[in-house]
Design a protein around this ligand. Structure first.
Ligand SMILES: Nc1ncnc2c1ncn2[C@@H]1O[C@H](COP(=O)(O)OP(=O)(O)OP(=O)(O)O)[C@@H](O)[C@H]1O
Length: 244
């Protein structure tokens, strides 16, 4: 790291019980911001607050009981079953001698995400899409108040992309999700934060913020908003002079 700030002038608040999509071109700062919200990285200036508290001042276990993170390309280095991986979500709540894998929250989370049929299967043998769902189950087993997801729809086919975001919505948890697909953001997020060069350049309800002008300016793509059948975009190719 060369000491240059990655994020600048970021002021934003996740709305309780709502799904907020972090969108923006590659390198715009989405993952960096998600890591700050998760307490995985600390800001060099400014404060990240969890309720009334400075996140940096809270014990790690307290944060882990409140905030669950599903990272991009999450991996499990040792040979674990699906049930073991989901049980990792119970660590912040662990106490006594009961096996984490026997915790009812583990089974609930596996059922909720549809991976209960894979419980005994080795993590290393799972497909990319199955891994994504198991990682979501691990995050839900944590029983957090806040869910932070970094591109959770990677590796998923279309039906599973929609299904996974539907599951996330159904939790009712305060959620921030990094998404590249603006159609998915429109369909599944309540709010969006649009990032460009380390700043949040627009934020608000997804249907109001994501319009053709903003997309041309901050994504360099010309498009038309389709409002007749469903909210969405029709792409019309790359715009060389999008910002003009
Ligand atoms: N540890 C680091 N040291 C130096 N630069 C970093 C570090 N982490 C991120 N960056 C830089 O900060 C910028 C934002 O990165 P970040 O991963 O947050 O972007 P992103 O919007 O999530 O990108 P993508 O869509 O490609 O995943 C990039 O230019 C990246 O190279």
């Amino acid at each position: 790291m060369d000491g240059r700030p990655i994020l600048h002038d970021v002021t934003a608040e996740l709305a309780p019980g709502r799904v907020t999509a972090l969108v923006g071109v590659n390198g715009s700062g989405k993952t960096s911001l998600l890591h700050l919200l998760a307490g995985l990285r600390r800001p060099t200036a400014g404060t990240v607050r969890l309720g009334e508290h400075d996140l940096a001042a809270l014990p790690r276990r307290t944060v882990a009981r409140a905030v669950a993170v599903m990272e991009q390309n999450a991996n499990a280095s040792v040979e674990l079953t699906v049930r073991d991986v989901v049980a990792l979500g119970r660590i912040p709540h662990a106490g006594g001698w009961r096996s984490l894998a026997d915790d009812p929250a583990v089974l609930d989370a596996m059922r909720h995400t549809g991976v209960d049929g894979l419980a005994g299967q080795a993590w290393s043998t799972l497909s990319g899409g199955e891994r994504q769902r198991v990682q979501l189950a691990r995050a839900l087993a944590q029983q957090p108040r806040i869910l932070l997801l970094d591109e959770p729809t990677n590796h998923l086919d279309l039906a599973h992309q929609i299904g996974l975001l539907g599951l996330v919505r159904a939790t009712g948890l305060t959620t921030a999700v990094v998404l590249h697909d603006l159609d998915l953001a429109l369909a599944h997020a309540d709010d969006v934060w649009v990032m460009d060069a380390g700043r949040i350049v627009a934020q608000g309800p997804a249907g109001q913020v994501l319009d053709a002008t903003l997309i041309a300016r901050h994504f360099g793509v010309l498009g038309r908003v389709l409002a007749d059948v469903r909210p969405g975009f029709r792409w019309e190719g790359l715009a060389d002079d999008a910002a003009s």
